[in-house]
Ligand binder design. Structure first.
Ligand code: IPD
Ligand code: CA
Length: 274
């Protein structure tokens, strides 16, 4: 599984193993989360003891095989790693969809991406609630449970099922958000809110949803998922149609065919970043 000058076979299998070990813990603890196990990081922003334990498992597994690679992880966003790692960095969300998990509602997922410089080169999203694994190495396509899959062929927004994330940490732009949501409800076949951006992206990649947009996402929510979409033949940009939005906090991911139509409805939110 070569991309440019590097073979990513070992990175993919190690990230897959890390995701599976974390998923075993998460599955075991699901439905047994009580109030003392939940902490608030900010308004409506939760972390459970299971997020923290799962993250430790993932980092341990990755660092055993790749001790020099940097790490950026949701529950410890200071990052780590040596300078001598040729620009490799794991970007980890131990549970994407923590609020769902804390309430016992699917989906929730483990998300592990590997960046080299500005590019995401490996992506693994494991939907724990359905035990489905979405994997990609750049230039080698998307696999869902080991089978190749691709984005949908839907040509028009009017025939599309769209997914989004509601603002919840900061609701300063709520009126504008609701106007745009109402445009999507009017112009698309349907709109969903799953509660896990990693699963939203994985489902766009696998051709289930035709498009996804959300404002205010963090690198660990999107790193793996955006590679899945690109490798499945889709397109990922910010609301200004600029490529590689991992740090942009604006994300539009589509099958490519409805990208322009979605961009035009999102034009009013071009200056909104959270
Ligand atoms: C959240 C989920 C959610 C999205 C939020 C994310 P977390 O991640 O992806 O769908 O709307 O913006 O922060 O906090 O559950 O890991
Ligand atoms: Ca997340």
């Amino acid at each position: 599984m070569k991309y440019k000058d590097h073979d990513y076979t070992l990175e993919l299998s190690t990230a897959t193993q890390a995701a599976r070990e974390a998923a075993d813990l998460i599955r075991d603890r699901a439905g047994r989360i009580n109030g003392e196990s939940i902490r608030k990081k900010g308004m409506n922003d939760l972390v459970t003891v299971v997020d923290e334990e799962a993250q430790r498992i993932i980092i341990r597994v990755l660092e055993e095989t790749f001790p020099g690679y940097s790490v950026l992880a949701e529950e410890d966003d200071k990052g780590s790693g040596s300078e001598e790692n040729e620009g490799f960095r794991w970007v980890i969300d131990p549970i994407d969809g923590t609020t769902n998990f804390a309430h016992g509602v699917p989906p929730y997922a483990v998300s592990i991406g590997l960046q080299r410089g500005d590019e995401v080169v490996v992506g693994v999203v494991l939907d724990v609630s359905r035990d489905e694994i979405f994997t990609a190495v750049r230039d080698h396509g998307l696999q869902v449970n080991g089978r190749p899959e691709s984005v949908s062929g839907t040509e028009a927004l009017s025939e599309s099922l769209i997914t989004t994330g509601f603002p919840y940490r900061s609701i300063g732009h709520l009126d504008l958000y609701l106007e745009v949501l109402s445009d999507f409800m009017t112009h698309a076949r349907g709109v969903r809110r799953m509660g896990s951006a990693a699963v939203d992206l994985a489902y766009v990649a696998a051709g289930r949803f035709d498009g996804f947009y959300e404002t205010g996402l963090k690198p660990w929510d999107v790193a793996a998922g955006l590679l899945l979409v690109e490798e499945a033949g889709g397109r990922v940009t910010d609301y200004l149609d600029r490529h590689n939005p991992i740090f942009e906090e604006q994300l539009l991911a589509t099958n490519g065919r409805i990208h322009a139509e979605m961009l035009s409805l999102l034009a009013r939110m071009q200056d909104v970043y959270r």
